[in-house]
Ligand binder design. Structure first.
Ligand code: ADP
Length: 800
């Protein structure tokens, strides 16, 4: 079988021939044993020509010399690798890499392999690569350098940036701190502003003219007494926050500011919801844009109520002070003792009635003005003060040039030198004339009062707070029979040990300021009997207004009181006996009727049955008995009527007086027509009366008008007119009339002006009329003159 590959002995040669590069083998003697095709080609020999040839012949002397050392080394067993530039047979310089590999057999180097590879391309490529790499490296270096530069620049920039950053941060921090501080300041200022607003009661506000929006500070809500933190009312809604007049003025000021751009300041009255009115000062300013158009109004409102009050109080105090000083008219003087120069202020000249323009030497002026009687004491006072003996405080009189005398008081202070010599004296003078006059007047009043009390025709005593006598009038001493002891200085209760307890209580109240008294007060005396006193107790006050004690005014009214008591008992007695008499009159007249009726009846029978049997004288006697009996009946009837007015009363009721008149006229119908009388009755009122008695009243008056008629036919006029409190009735006739001196008398019981033969009657009629009218709380009277008729008037009260 044919062998292929390593089994083929020619294979290695064929393989080595294919190897790019030269492969040879040299033995120890440097004789060639093998060379591949490329080796043979390179040296331009044939394989046979080379085999066994010494290397020197093959490669030439130059190369041999060049490589001998390596050859020897390889034969010594050391592999060699090196490169050489060689010129190829074509004359081209090539770079080859040679390898000498020792061939060791049984630890003996028997030769060495030579492997030569053309590495020109490789090296070229390598060189290119290296060059490229160098360029690259250069570039890299440059780039690196550049990068480093850039980097450095960057680092620099970064450093700067960092620096800048640091600075920036520092500045930012500083700025932040500044801002924080500013913010803090702002907050402080804002809270201070709020506090300031609160403390000064100044509220602030702004008003945008475009939106109409209003902003208020917290304090403004407080000024208006509104809940804080609310929404500020718009301008038209603020109308109720001010008094009407203030509101009008505020609006006028706002209008003006909007028109003119000027600010305003006003005092306004603000009304709080509670109704409390506060005084406030309103200030406003306007803000304008570039075109000069107002876009905002802002301002403040300050509650100045307390301020206004304080201002008023201050003004009043200043006014008081001014009044006080001007009232006192205090003059100030300053005397330089060593230079003997005296200086007066203008008030001094006024005090001394002098003219400052004409005065030359004030000291002389002072001396000259002194009242002669006071000159010595005033000068002595000055000298004593100069000598340091006393304070200068003295009073003296001065005489004005016109002669007027004024009381002057002066006080002064003296300045002394270290050695005690007087240097200067400064003092004040003021006019005390008024006080002195008042004092004198008071003293005079006091004396007058003392004298007055002492000699007053009344019992007066003045006691102090302990009720000790300060003063007692003579009358007091006499009335209370105190002549034996002088009461002055003694206690009232010692002088009168029998004072009733109730008076002591009264005195206590008077000492507290009350005024007490009694018009009639019994004072049972310890010695027996009772004094009656009319008394009054008043507190008296001291100059400071406090109560100093009491003044007693008394009048012993025992005599009067006893008389009064006597009168009262007598009156009661009279009334009682009057009642008894009335009762008696009534009973008597009532009881007399019965036997009278018997006597009159018997007389009538006697006259009727026995007239023919008796003689003329007996007839006449019988006629007398009958007449007497009938008169007596009339008298008794009238008396009965009279006594009934008081004893048989019916309560008053509403009575038509016209009806009463008509009833009376009906009762008198026969008599009226017999006499051909005419009667005119006017409008008569409804009155409060006893109907029967009112009829009786009219009947008596009308029958008298008929009875006392004159020669002509009687005419009677009955009328009434209203007065303020009563009705005034009138019954008027045209009869014989009455003389004025009898106007009173005719109303008295049994009083008549005529004899029974002229006009029959009992004299009871008008007395009865008066009794009826008086029972109705009215009055009755007559107006008349003889021959001219009579007009009887009576009044009846409207309210009874
Ligand atoms: P009487 O008529 O019974 O006498 P009166 O008391 O009625 O009693 O009158 C008293 C007196 O008043 C009468 O007596 C008479 O003189 C006088 N008098 C009364 N009424 C009139 C009268 N209308 N005109 C004149 N005199 C009168």
């Amino acid at each position: 079988m044919s062998s292929v590959g390593s089994d083929d002995p020619g294979f290695v040669h064929r393989l080595l021939d294919k190897v790019p590069g030269m492969v040879g083998y040299w033995d120890r003697e440097l004789r060639n044993r093998y060379a591949n095709a490329a080796y043979i080609d390179w040296f331009g020999v044939t394989p046979d020509a080379i085999r066994g040839q010494h290397i020197r012949q093959v490669i030439g002397e130059r190369l041999f010399a060049l490589n001998e050392h390596a050859m020897r080394a390889a034969l010594a067993g050391v592999p060699q690798l090196f490169e050489r530039e060689i010129v190829d047979p074509q004359g081209v310089t090539r770079r080859s890499q040679a390898r000498y590999i020792p061939d060791v057999r049984e630890e003996q180097v028997v030769g060495f392999f030579v492997l030569v590879t053309d590495v020109t391309d490789l090296r070229n490529a390598q060189d290119g690569l290296e060059a490229a790499q160098a360029v690259l490296e250069q570039q890299v270096t440059e780039r690196t350098a550049e990068l480093e530069r850039t980097n450095a620049a960057l680092r620099e920039t970064q450093r700067r940036l960092e620096l800048a950053n640091e600075q920036l941060e520092a500045r930012v921090a500083a700025r932040t701190a500044e801002l924080t501080a500013l913010n803090h300041q702002l907050n402080t200022v804002l809270s201070q502003l709020a506090a300031a607003q609160r403390i000064t009661h100044v509220g602030s506000w702004s008003f945008s003219t475009s939106s109409g929006e209003v902003q208020w500070s917290e304090e403004l809500f407080r000024v208006f007494g509104l809940a804080e933190g609310g929404i500020a009312p718009r301008l038209p809604e603020q109308v109720g926050l001010y008094l009407p007049d203030s509101w009008a003025r505020l609006n006028a000021a706002l209008d003006r500011s909007l028109r003119t751009g000027e600010g305003y300041e006003l005092e306004l009255d603000v009304v709080r919801p509670s109704g409390e009115v506060r005084r406030a000062v309103a200030r406003g300013e306007v803000l304008k844009d570039d075109q000069g158009v107002v876009f905002e109004v802002f301002g403040t409102l300050q509650d100045v109520s307390e301020l206004a009050q304080a201002r008023q109080a201050r003004d009043e105090a200043a006014e008081r002070a001014r009044l006080a000083t001007s009232a006192v008219q205090m003059g100030v003087w300053d005397w330089d003792v060593r230079a003997n120069r005296l200086v007066w202020d203008s008030a001094m000249y006024a005090l001394y009635g002098l003219d400052s323009a004409t005065s030359v030497n004030e000291f002389e002026a002072w001396r000259a003005s002194l009242h002669p009687d006071d000159r010595a004491s005033a000068e002595a006072a000055v000298n004593a003060a100069l000598a340091g003996q006393s304070r200068f405080d003295t009073a003296f009189r001065v005489v004005h040039p016109g002669g007027a005398v004024r009381f002057i008081r002066g006080t002064a202070r003296v300045q002394h030198s270290a050695d005690g010599a007087p240097l200067r004296m400064i003092g004040v003078n003021w006019d005390e004339t008024k006080q002195r006059q008042t004092e004198l007047r008071l003293r005079a009043n006091e004396t007058l009062l003392q004298q007055f009390v002492l000699h007053a025709p009344a019992a007066i005593a003045m006691l102090d707070r302990d009720l000790c006598y300060l003063q007692a009038s003579n009358r007091w001493i006499r009335d209370f029979k105190l002549t034996a002891e002088d009461p002055i200085g003694r206690c009232h209760y010692d002088v009168f040990p029998d004072i009733p307890e109730r008076w002591k209580r009264s005195y206590e109240r008077v000492l507290l300021g009350a005024v007490e008294g009694c018009a009639e007060d019994p004072f049972p005396r310890a010695a027996g009997g009772t004094e009656w006193l009319q008394w009054e107790a008043h507190p008296w006050r001291q100059s400071d207004g406090s109560i100093g004690g009491l003044i007693l005014f008394t009048q012993v009214i025992t005599d009067r009181k006893e008389l009064e008591l006597l009168l009262i008992s007598q009156k009661a007695e009279l009334e009682r006996s009057n009642r008894d008499l009335e009762q008696f009159a009534y009973v008597a007249s009532h009881d007399l009727q019965e036997p009278l009726r018997a006597v009159a009846g018997c007389a009538q029978l006697l006259k009727h049955n026995y007239a023919a049997l008796l003689d003329n004288e007996a007839d006449e006697l019988i006629t007398h008995i009958v007449d007497g009996g009938s008169r007596m009946r009339t008298l008794i009837d009238d008396l009965l009527k009279y006594s009934r007015v008081g004893s048989h009363v019916t309560p008053l009721g509403r009575v038509n007086s016209g009806t009463a008149v008509q009833n009376a006229l009906a009762n008198l119908n026969v008599a009226l027509s017999e006499a051909s009388a005419t009667v005119h009755v006017g409008d008569l009122p409804i009155v409060s009366a006893d109907a029967v008695q009112l009829t009786q009243l009219f009947q008596n008056l009308i029958s008298n008008a008929l009875k006392y008629r004159g020669s002509s036919a009687p005419h009677i006029d009955i009328s009434a007119r209203s007065r303020e409190d009563d009705w005034l009735f009138s019954v008027k006739d045209n009869g014989i009339g009455i003389q004025p001196q009898y106007f009173e008398r005719i109303f008295v019981l049994f009083q008549r002006l005529h004899s029974r033969t002229d006009y029959p009657g009992t004299g009871i009629g008008l007395a009865l009329c008066r009794r009826i009218v008086e029972r109705h709380a009215g009055k009755i009277w007559v107006e008349s003159s003889l021959g001219n008729g009579a007009e009887f008037f009576f009044s009846l009260p409207k309210q009874y």
